[in-house]
Design a protein around this ligand. Sequence first.
Ligand code: HPA
Length: 246
Amino acid sequence: MTGLAIIGGTGLTSLSGLEVTDKQFIETPFGQPSSALFMGRFAGKKVVFLPRHGEGHTVPPHKINYRANLWALKHAGISKVISIAAVGGIHDDLAPGTLAVPEQIIDYTYGREQSFYSDNFSPDKHLDFSYPYTESLRKLILDSADKQQIAIKNGGVYGATQGPRLETAAEIKRLKQDGCDMVGMTGMPEAYLARELGIDYACCALMVNWAAGLSDGVITMKHIEQTINEGMTEIKQLLAEIIQTQ
Ligand code: HPA
């Protein structure tokens, strides 16, 4: 049974180098996932790939059915998920093009289904989430980057915002005061839903812009896409190492 899945974000709606052996459309009790699960081989090893925003990037962050995505992966036998996320850099060390493996989350999202047990709750469902990412999986990403001599930052706080709009400069100032080092729109509730299902979960974040107000000029998708294209080569090299090691 395949154990590892990659959830690809903006810029990673397909995984080049993935030899797809099966495409599974899974209906879940929580509705439909963002797309079919792509089962296949990458760097000679089994892996499952799920594009978070759908195959054509048509599902915005606040409309993603996070519960269906995680449930479908669990159903397919997945025990580890690595999330690839394009984010805005807030900390001075996190300039566009930098890779990081965050270790904490602050959740600013709202109105998203946060639990598989919303309609079936009991006191034992208040799960510990002190450390939202699985340390062994964070370490796997960091060690794999080391082996491939890919520069990557260990740590940082991921601020999860609602989207689909980018933040105001004042919002980023507040996030910075709160202790956020990077900002993205999809980190939650994905990480917590993985916890509820007992799936190991870690994130590899690529800074694709300076967050709002931290650089001159407007944040454009053209610039973001350019940074993503440059960063994806390293991410794919990193994924190949991770998949071969695990
Ligand atoms: N803010 C929120 N999400 C993002 C950003 C940003 O600046 N860049 C990429 N995803």
